[in-house]
Design a protein around this ligand. Sequence first.
Ligand SMILES: C[S@@+](CC[C@H](N)C(=O)[O-])C[C@H]1O[C@@H](n2cnc3c(N)ncnc32)[C@H](O)[C@@H]1O
Length: 291
Amino acid sequence: MDAEVNRAAAETPPEPPLDPVFEIEMQLLLDAIYLKYHYDFRAYAGASLRRRLRTALERFACRTLSQLQDRLLHQPELFPPLLDYLTVQVSDLFRDPAYFRALRERVVPHLRTYPSLKVWIAGCSSGEEVYSLAILLREEGLLERTLIYATDINPQALQRAEAGVYEMDRVPGFTENHRLSGAPGSLSDYYTAAYGRALFDRSLKKHIVFCDHSLATDSVFAEVQLVSCRNVLIYFNRELQDRALGLFREALCRRGFLGIGSRESLRFSAHAEAFEEVAREDRVFRKREGA
Ligand SMILES: C[S@@+](CC[C@H](N)C(=O)[O-])C[C@H]1O[C@@H](n2cnc3c(N)ncnc32)[C@H](O)[C@@H]1O
């Protein structure tokens, strides 16, 4: 086992033994969600899906997944709150600052050579990654020529992302991450504080399009120079990871860049050979010539 596998094993709580009835009910529930709401969770990683569904059972006061399925099919108003249990919304501004430092040092010099830029942030959650990249691109003098597509499957997360408002008690952490990302200036230049909240600048939003897009069911919608998809693939099984990576490969222009999360890897993917490492530790890759 290498260090990465060891670390992942240490962070994952041990799985209780599989209950065959729970497994059948889970499969049926995911089919029902797909058929009724067109959200496809059938190829998500089993362990974390099971954990989240167990929590959802408590929240919706259901004894079994079959009961939950029955309620979901007949009470559509239950689906949006369930979606919050099925998708993990943890995020941070300049999360893993070394990743953003690697983008500044290793990717931005190449991005400068394009007269106009498109960036796709897939699985953007409530927008922290989007504002981080928009701020970084502004600091590097590139935002004015950039259009950022910020996509997710969770409409409530997308609404929060579009609002760009975060609790003020998160700002000291944001500020420290921003500094560690190698930022030349102060984060406070990019938000206004009011009523215990930080509102990110409208001038950043002018360059961002927020939209609903699923890596499980939708296709490519634009050619981009950079895809950043962090802490999303970790929730998918290998087959779905390959689907998503295939979309990124197709969306990226010749020699385009791809960034993934610190616990994610391309190593066992069907698309591994299509990418070369740019910053190994920070999970930044570049599409190979002809790939
Ligand atoms: C943990 S958050 C990652 C947020 C951000 N990228 C970061 O690294 O801080 C995972 C996000 O992936 C989204 N997601 C889950 N399944 C998805 C899918 N099939 N297509 C697009 N986004 C998805 C979730 O809704 C959630 O907002």
